[in-house]
Each structure stands twice: as C-alpha cells, then as structure tokens.
Design a protein around this ligand. Structure first.
Ligand SMILES: Cc1ncc(COP(=O)(O)O)c(C=O)c1O
Length: 451
C-alpha cells in the first residue's frame, strides 16, 4: 500500500458517504482502516496504531478472535436469518437469553434484542411507559436522565442524552424528558456539609417531586458515564435505588459501555450491590464484530408482559434476535469467561489507572485522572485550583489526541477530556505504552507547563 493512499481514499469516501457526527474538516484529516490485528489497527498507508478505545468501547476482545468469525460463518451457513416477531424464534436467541439470565442481575431474566445502544434506549423508554400503562398509571411517562450522560441519538435517545451539543440541530425535543446534574465527583458542587453520594442522588428526588411522581416513568443512567469516565461516589446507587422505590420510578441501567466486563465486573451496578429494573447493553456483547444490543427486564416487568392479555407490545425490529448476532454473542461470552477477562479488566484496570496517575497526576494542567476497570479519562484544565477549562477555541484536547496519533495511538475525547478504553485483552506492555504515549502527548501540547 502506497503512501498517501489514505488521503486519496478519504477524498473518494467523501464523494458518496455521510458519516456519524459528519464533519468535513474532521473527516479529511481522518483514517481509512484496512486491517485489525490484536489491539492494533492498520491504515491504508500500512501504518499501525494502538487502538486505545477498542473501536468505540466495543471491540473488547480485540480484532483477532477466530472463534467469533467461525461462529458467524457457521450460523450464516445454517440459518442466516429468522424473524424474531412473536410466533417465530431461533435456537441462538434462546441460548443467548438463557446465558444472559445467568450473567445479569439476579432479578433480570427476560431479554429483548436490538441492533445497538440507541435502539436499546428507545426500547427501555417504551417498555417503562408500557409497564405503567399496563398497571393503570398512564400518566407515568417521563424519563429522567443525567446531564453529561449519553444514551444514543435516535430521537428518543437523543432526548434522554444529557449532552446539549446533540440537541440544537434537531429541535424541538420531545416532551417528557428531564435532566438532573451528573454525579461527576470532580465537578459536582456538593452543598456544604453534605455527603457527595447522597447529595447527588437527592437531585433525582428533587426532580421527581418537582415533576410529580405520578408523571415519572423511569430514571435512565449509566453506572459509569462513558462521556468522561465519571465514577459515581460509592453510596450513590444505593440511595438512587431507595428513591426509585419510594416514588415508584423504574431504575434503568444503560450498560452499553459498562456491560460485559469493562469495569471489572460483568455488569457495573454489581460494584455497589444494586439491581436495576431495566438494563440495556450493546457493544461488548459481540465485541463489535456484528451489531447487537438489547434490554433486560426484571421479573416484575416480565410478569406484567405475560399478564397483558390480548394487547401486543407494539415494538419490534427486523433484526431483533438475529441468529448470527446471537451466535457471535455466545462465542464472545465464551471468550470472556474462558480467558477470565472480567478479572483481567479489574486487575489491569487498577494498574492502568495507577500508571496514568503516576505519569500525569502532577502535571499542572491535568485536573483529574479517573476511571474504573478499563474505562478511564484524563481531564485537562487551564487552572487546577479553580478547575477552569481552557477556552474551547484552543482545542487542547483535540491537539493531544492528534499528538497521540502521530505517536501511533488512536483514541477519542470530548472537549479537553481524553478517553481511554483499551480492549479487555490488551496486555501489560501495551497498556504501559498507552500511558507513555498519552503522557508524552500531554507534555508535548502543554510543554511550557511541564512539571
Ligand atoms: C451508554 C451508551 N448508551 C447508548 C449508546 C448508543 O449506542 P449506539 O451508537 O449503538 O446507538 C452509546 C454509544 O456510545 C453509549 O455509550
């Protein structure tokens, strides 16, 4: 592959494709990937990069898992597709449901499959509304979620997503969506004398009371926020569970990123001993090899589905329970279990975070280094004492990411926060190299402030 082929291909790409988060400028400075090997990506010019984000947090098993490929091929050769509409099923979807019942929270034993995270968000919101209507409470329709939370960009998911940059081009948003402050331990302003976990959780109670408990269907929340790797203060989810129970609000955990081992637990609310009423997953369930997501229903919600009588649940996707995606998911779960990758994420994640903190914690512009398992973020600030951000026009975060790419590492971020989400199979030497490259890149962009 010749040099500059990448640039030529990007120009070709641009003529006929529109991309997610379409931006001409970002795109023409981009990469066309032609191969993945282990935890590395190779571009059209033959250059090799460490993938420090495992794709978009999803390629948790790396790019070289032959059993996933074989599972897909075998299933395509046997039954390439089967409708998942009521009255039609397939063995792989059933086996996956059985497997998930043993892996997810004890109270979650029934599953509906989608093709990704955003469809799962819509499915969770609609399920919550359906549940309350079935119980004779049709006024309970509102979704409360967090500012800073991300739940996807289908119209309902976009309304739940708490990142205002996603809204203006598509306003008006749907009614029935309310946002509360994030638990972000770095920036949440804890009222004097209060416990941070309780104060942040009580934001939910305040919102439920302001809206009226009879109008609120669910609280939708990421156990660890992907957009910044915010880890809740311990005690947050216990208090959230109490509040949801008190006001009859369903607790829905969006485990699109955190599911299947990323945080060092198979599912992240296990860190705090809390069970949700609804959960959603995607990404790591197939290590990104094929698109699959889904939602899990508590026994209580499943019971309402079973008792609903003759009224069908008018919600469906052509690819729900697709046998090929379910076969790949089963193979991925085998790899996660056989290679003990949940434990690996916990152990390697602790060391990775400690190394990041050692390399960057003292830097005058590194405000916070945080994470859980193999989910981490480095937040850069202009002034550490006041936590004030750099002017957005300085584009410090993008400059650090560009420096890292020059050094052979790809990752993502938002504003001046750099995300790191290595594959669960990444070994220690490469994890150490990730830390080195990120530290070098921060020092290079913020050279004058080097400590
Ligand atoms: C927590 C969370 N929810 C939902 C989504 C949306 O998933 P998708 O892009 O598959 O629609 C994402 C994607 O990054 C996510 O991180």
């Amino acid at each position: 592959m010749g040099k500059n082929l990448n640039a030529e291909l990007l120009a070709r790409d641009h003529r006929h494709l529109v991309h997610s988060l379409h931006s001409e400028k970002t795109h023409l400075d981009g990469k066309v990937w032609v191969k993945g090997e282990g935890c590395e990506l190779i571009d059209a010019d033959g250059q090799r990069f460490i993938d420090a984000m495992s794709g978009l947090w999803n390629v948790t098993l790396g790019y070289s898992q032959p059993t996933l490929v074989a599972a897909a091929a075998a299933q395509m050769g046997t039954l390439a597709y089967a409708s998942g509409y009521a009255g039609s099923s397939n063995l792989q979807a059933m086996a996956l449901g059985e497997r998930l019942a043993g892996l997810t929270y004890p109270n979650i034993n029934r599953f509906f499959f989608t093709s990704g995270g955003g469809e799962s968000t819509d499915s969770v919101i609609k399920t919550a509304r359906y549940y309350w209507k079935a119980l004779g409470q049709p006024g309970k329709i509102k979704t409360i979620s967090q500012l800073g939370g991300y739940h996807g960009t289908t119209l309902a998911a976009m309304c739940a997503t708490g990142l205002p940059a996603y809204w203006p081009s598509f306003e008006p948003r749907m009614p029935g969506f309310v946002h509360i402050p994030n638990y972000d331990p770095y920036r949440y302003a804890v009222p004097p004398g209060q416990d941070p976990a309780t104060a942040a959780a009580n934001e939910l109670e305040r919102a439920i009371l302001a809206e009226g408990p009879d109008t609120v269907a669910l609280f939708l929340v990421e156990p660890v926020c992907g957009g910044g790797a915010y880890v809740p203060p311990s005690g947050y989810f216990k208090r959230v569970r109490e509040i949801c129970d008190k006001y009859q609000v369903l607790l829905a955990a969006d485990e699109t990123i955190t599911g299947f081992g990323r945080t060092g637990r198979m599912f992240a609310l296990d860190h705090w001993g809390v069970q949700p009423d609804l959960m959603q997953f995607a990404k790591g369930i197939t290590s990104g090899y094929v698109p699959l997501g889904g939602i899990g229903l508590s026994d209580q919600i499943a019971d309402v589905f079973d008792r609903a009588g003759s009224d069908p649940w008018m919600h469906c996707y052509t690819y729900s329970g697709h046998p090929v995606t379910c076969a790949v998911a089963l193979a991925a779960i085998d790899v996660i279990e056989q290679e003990q990758l949940v434990q690996a994420a916990e152990v390697n994640g602790e060391r990775f975070l400690a190394d990041l903190r050692a390399a960057l914690g003292q830097h005058v512009h590194v405000g916070d280094v945080r994470g859980l398992g193999l989910m981490a973020a480095v937040e850069l600030v202009e002034d550490k004492a006041s936590k004030s951000s750099f002017a957005a026009s300085r584009k410090i975060g993008p400059a650090v990411i560009a420096e890292a790419r020059r050094r052979g590492l790809v990752t993502r971020g938002r504003g001046d926060t750099i995300y790191l989400g290595p594959a669960l199979v990444m070994q220690e030497p490469m994890l150490k190299r990730v830390v080195e490259i990120i530290a070098e890149s921060v020092h290079s962009v913020l050279a004058t402030s080097r400590h």
